[in-house]
Write a protein that binds this ligand. Sequence first.
Ligand code: GUN
Length: 288
Amino acid sequence: MILLDGKATADDIKREIALVVDKIVSEGGKVPHLAAILVGEDGASQTYVGHKEKACAQVGFRSTLLRFPSDISEEFLLAQIDKINNDNEIDGLIVQLPLPPHISEQKVTEAIDPSKDVDGFHPVNVGKMVLGLQSFVSATPWGIIELLKRYDIETSGKNCVIIGRSNIVGRPMANLLSQKSKPGDCTVTMCHSRTKDLREHTLKADIIVAALGVPGFLKGDMVKEGAVVIDVGITRVKADNKSGFRLIGDVLFDEVAPKCSYITPVPGGVGPMTIISLLKNTLIAAEK
Ligand code: GUN
């Protein structure tokens, strides 16, 4: 069993991005600039945005964090987005989700200029991605594709089961892995909460992407020998440590790992790769 080390891979890619930034600076160009909007006090969202800001600093990007209380109006938030859309100093914009219930995530997503939508959530980018055109691709699926590429994992003709149908992970993942590309060319099955006999599907899978957000869902008896298992889950559970919590994946690692050819750990697997994809998208946005 080989551990797919997202942390080490992400560090390699960070060094590559930092070199590009050095070159931009030495040629008198503008440093890529990511803006993030955080609404409210959600603990996980604060942590994720903090990681994104730190990663920006590590590669030499500028980053700006706009924090607003949870009671701001939708109109106010849309006006902030409009301001950033028209700010030539800012290349990429993300609005951390989830948003408070009185703000429409759909409206907010659609308000972001697609050319600055480095999360790849805007319908224009989603549509282009589905058609296999150049677009910003949602960070988690793109990070997984990059991880498969860097470990030279054969995907062509493989049976791939995606568990979870979210717009951010499951759907784009299914689409990317089914495209005529490398990694890609998989025969993809997308499973979800209404799938019957899920185990029948997973037992046939050469590659499993678990992205349903249920800690420890994928058990050892659901996986065939030699499978590649990608764990997207990052559920926070209370723990007796400094941060007060620890992260649990969707895969019951101790049972599943011995059967796998490759598996991602949690933490240190998909998470760091997600942040890298955001940096890559910001670099592309800046280069445009
Ligand atoms: N919330 C959970 N994942 C994400 C993400 O990739 N981007 C944003 N903006 N919010 C999220």
